[in-house]
Design a protein around this ligand. Structure first.
Ligand SMILES: [Zn+2]
Length: 254
């Protein structure tokens, strides 16, 4: 029996036999990070997790296409209603999901007082978006970023109950605060490419972030040998781990 046929017959034996018990270490790694704990950066060096909040909006498709063309995977923390109803960008969200970008939660309405909400209101914020995402992409997310990065009050305990991994950031691009792309770029240059990978705070609702900062970051990552991965993947999770099954309701409007 040659080496190749040995492998083939071994695979055959495995596929026809009982499903082997998973290696415990692999099972833990595949489970990804714990829910309800604030995560600011990747768990390993050599990567960059480009992450965008507040969409979907008119630039969602262009951003997904720009990332894909650059060999990058990005993460979209989307809301239900902040920049118009999520169903208005249904196709762009579906396309981003199908292209392997991560779709994650940024709540239904993006409340200004997120850190002060009751557990019931926090749960409602998360579950309304879950229902919409099941309607749009067929699954619900297991990663979220709190509006205004608010992790106080009932936020972490509620997210733990709901099974959400809570992501903030370790570099604030400041695009929301009128930073120009050049000013944002200087923040990345200053932070440098060593150490565990960055999870930056950016917003897909600014044309300059999509059309100027993002291409610069794709190039910056290449120059520094950083792999451009989703937030889930930068935390040792799989892209499949970014989602779980949920229940839709057939709605197509907010
Ligand atoms: Zn936001």
């Amino acid at each position: 029996m040659g080496f190749k046929s040995l492998i083939v017959s071994s695979l055959y034996a495995i596929s026809c036999g009982a499903i082997p018990a998973p290696n415990p270490l692999q099972a833990i790694q595949a489970a990804g990070p714990a829910a309800g704990i604030t995560i600011t950066k990747c768990s390993s060096p050599g990567m960059l997790a480009l992450a965008y909040d507040d969409g979907p909006y008119q630039y969602t498709q262009k951003l997904a296409d720009t990332l894909t063309a650059g060999g990058a995977k990005g993460t979209f923390f989307v809301t239900g209603t902040l920049y118009g109803c999520i169903y208005g960008q249904k196709t762009a969200v579906q396309n981003a999901y199908k292209a392997g970008h991560q779709i994650a939660s940024h709540t239904w309405t993006h409340p200004q007082d997120f850190g002060s909400l009751s557990t019931a209101d926090l749960t409602s914020q998360m579950q309304k978006l879950e229902t919409a995402l099941v309607n749009i992409i067929g699954v619900k997310p297991t990663y979220m970023r709190p509006p205004y990065l608010a992790t106080g009050g009932n936020v972490l305990s509620t997210m733990k109950t709901l099974g959400y991994r809570v992501i903030t950031d370790d570099i604030d691009s400041g695009d929301w605060n009128k930073n120009t792309p050049a000013q944002s770029e200087a923040l990345f240059t200053s932070a440098g490419a060593s150490g565990n990978g960055h999870i930056p705070l950016m917003h897909e609702t600014y044309q300059t972030t999509v059309e100027t900062l993002t291409p610069w970051l794709i190039n910056w990552a290449k120059t520094n040998n950083l792999k451009l991965v989703t937030v889930a993947e930068c935390l040792g999770d799989t892209i499949q781990g970014a989602y779980t099954n949920g229940t839709g309701n057939g709605a197509s409007s907010c």
